[in-house]
Design a protein around this ligand. Sequence first.
Ligand code: PDD
Length: 286
Amino acid sequence: MRTVYVNGEYLPENEAKVSIFDRGFLMADGVYEVTSVLDGKLIDFDGHAVRLNRSLDELDMVGPVTKDELLAIHRELVTRNSIVEGMIYLQITRGAPEDRDFAFPDPETTPSTIVLFTQNKPGLANNPVALKGIKVISIEDIRWGRRDIKTVQLLYPSMGKMMAKAAGADDAWLVEDGFVTEGTSNNAYIVKNGKIITRERSNDILHGITRAAVLRFAQEAQMEVEERNFTIEEAKAADEAFITSASTFVMPVVEIDGVQLGDGLPGKVAPRLREIYLEESRKVAV
Ligand code: PDD
């Protein structure tokens, strides 16, 4: 049985409880982070901690722990659950006031709720799916306008994954005004004539921690990167495509809406980036 962390306590997962009045439960009033673990170490912890603080600030929420405490909790959970490869999920909500009310409660009297748990995923780095790539469909992006904040409002992304599954695909790319924003739970990229193209950062997409690292590594490896909008039509005509996230790292996309990219196998750029990303981030993991 897993040991999880809830509001200052390490508990067996079946003893960990959150109030039914918690605003995360009633109103999706909460933020989260997913940090991957490789070799028992945290990948890009710093990036996730910085983005978490930004999400909290943007929503006027007060974080319950310092960055150092957060690191200690992550490490403790990795140790207690013997995680070698996997993920740590963290969620902070605006807490549990006495009643349901749309107005935010006073943080002095209603402390935020913090929950962390591990997900054991042996084989995460050597995921065989990366060798053949994934298929995506495109769906309309009907999410709210602050996708840069990592909130727990994940109903539409969940629906997107179900639509993909129903269509025999692995995931969905979200499209707004003809342009791809991002994947349901990842950032989206295409490659044309060796150039890596991905949407620029704005309130329209989550500023991926993996995205930042991958673009940096790509530039260091003298690959050309262009941050601009691209249409779903342009994507279907691309040489390659891929996604990035903390749980998939770099994952080739070989089909979009039933249209095969290139010869239908991962190309050169995405697998190379995956290799560089895994190698470089392992070196600096904590
Ligand atoms: N998802 N875009 C969206 C909408 C996401 O939900 C995520 C992450 C990303 C990639 O961000 P990062 O590289 O920092 O993981 C982009 C996480 C993994 C999840 O919901 O499980």
